[in-house]
Design a protein around this ligand. Structure first.
Ligand SMILES: [Mg+2]
Length: 251
């Protein structure tokens, strides 16, 4: 059960070598920018030798752009784990995932809900993940009859993706290649706000839930159970208070 971020001890704080942050609902509430306070605290972490990376449902090009803006050098994981690069300057890692099951599922849903299931405009920029809007249809309804795909609701957008792909597994796969494979899972802090971050919370012991008021109560319960720590504040400010605590107790 998630405890306050204040219970992150100096020892745990000093162990952290990499912070992987979700974007929407964690660093900001959407849009291309983050607040000056988020920007400052990211710089503070990097000044203390902690590497920063992003792990998001956003597309790879958007994450590369954001990494440039924030001046961070860690791994970038996009499309909820389906695409990744070891650093903003390196090429995409071949993870071997296919888009076909998600595209087929989208056609199935369009046929089932004519006019109500609509593709989002940035699908053409996505490599594996498929994003869409579903007017007035719940996730539970949408999930019925879908076979080889998972339906993810980030509260910002609905995603369809082949089963077995998630943020946590992809980050674990990358660890072996970062810094000569010397970063362990218990040296990584992961921060996220929604069910798309659950795999991170389960696979990485230093996990922080940033509360998101738009998460349904049942999901919130699952997230609180899986995460080790939680912030008091929501997106942006929640990340700032956790990062500031880590900086303060580290020294
Ligand atoms: Mg999020």
């Amino acid at each position: 059960m998630a405890r306050s971020y204040r219970s992150i001890t100096p020892e745990v704080s000093r162990r952290i070598r990499l912070i992987m942050a979700d974007v929407d609902g964690t660093l900001n509430t959407g849009g291309d920018d983050v607040s000056p306070r988020v920007r400052d605290v990211i710089k503070g972490l990097q000044d203390r030798g902690i590497m920063l990376g992003l792990v998001s449902g956003r597309t790879d090009p958007l994450l590369v752009k954001m990494a440039g803006m924030l001046n961070i050098g860690g791994p970038l994981i996009g499309e909820n784990g389906a695409v990744a690069r070891l650093s903003p300057d390196s090429g995409l890692v071949d993870l071997g995932y296919s888009r076909r099951p998600a595209l087929e599922a989208l056609e199935q849903l369009k046929a089932r809900y004519p006019g109500r299931v609509r593709e989002r405009e940035d699908n053409s920029e996505r490599l594996i993940d498929v994003v869409f809007w579903a007017d007035g249809i719940t996730s539970e309804e949408l999930k019925q009859g879908l076979q080889d795909v998972q339906l993810l609701d980030s509260t910002y957008i609905l995603h369809l993706m082949s089963k077995g792909i998630d943020k946590g597994k992809t980050l674990l796969r990358l660890l072996g290649q970062i810094d000569g494979g010397k970063i362990r899972a218990d040296e990584v802090l992961v921060a996220g706000d929604s069910m798309t971050d659950l795999s991170l919370f389960k696979l990485f012991p230093i996990s922080v839930l940033i509360p998101n008021p738009h998460i349904p109560a049942a999901d919130r319960k699952i997230l609180l159970k899986a995460a080790a720590y939680k912030s008091d504040h929501e997106a942006g400010e929640g990340f700032v208070e956790v990062a500031a605590h880590i900086i303060n107790v580290r020294t």
